[in-house]
Design a protein around this ligand. Sequence first.
Ligand code: ZN
Length: 315
Amino acid sequence: MPYDENHSPATGPRRPRRGLLTVAALVPTALVGWLVWQTASGPADNKPPKVLPPPSRATTATEPDRAPSPSASSPAASPSPSPSNGKGSGSGPLAGKVVVVDPGHNRGNFRHSREINQLVDIGTNRKECDTTGTATNAGYTEAEFTFDVSQRLRTLLEKQGATVKFTHSNDRPFGPCVDERAQFGNKTKADAVVSIHADGSATGNRGFHVILPALVKAGAADTAPIVGPSRELGERIAGKFVRATGSAPSNYVGGGTGLDVRKDLGGLNLSTVPKVFIECGNMRDPKDAALLTDPSWRQKAAQGMADGIGSYLNG
Ligand code: ZN
């Protein structure tokens, strides 16, 4: 199956690996956060390996061939309904700031393969409108996960006074397409956009990573104005995500930094406002899946994102 909009391609050239020292100099926030957490928490089951593994692109990004049963997710796993008018409280540290939250995929995509397989222009090339996303082996879908975390994140950001807008609320039959998702943030003139995902990689591949836009100038895509601020946003989120969740940065993407840079994602290529994706963990790994299906962990994940966004916006 075609690889996911956000997931790592199953094939393709391997990007050159950056040295650890170079990476450390580039991303002090994430690494410092990780070190602080390690020091505070001591040895943990999910600590990164002592020797950094190569940033293998062997991840299969396997997508389910059928729609996993929605009943696999416990009702208790859903946050309390959070009807929102999209407006912040008008006071608080993020008053006046607009944050767009993009819940990755859509629960209905499984039933609309023809529509979501239609190609859209992402600047560098044409690509599927959207994908189904992945799921845990037990059938908890990525779309369920992303919408749950998005709701939690909205609540947290609104408490700080931000205005929060969703690209969709699972109230449409499928999509939106990746180009629409990018344009939503652009039209909203968002101060920051985060697209929430979870990966579908091989068992043993664990941890989160934040995806930053590469410098892309092709067709309708020109990321030059957003590469710098998006990196700042992504580093803040990675650092705060480590602290809030205690989860290690990915052991299979990003060389242990929790950061990756990609030029093949329409959602980033077409953005004119600071934007990142976050892969919160690997749904296909049982240990990561145990976290991703735990509502209390999802709350921590949302808290980490909110803290990172807040830190970036208050720069
Ligand atoms: Zn995804």
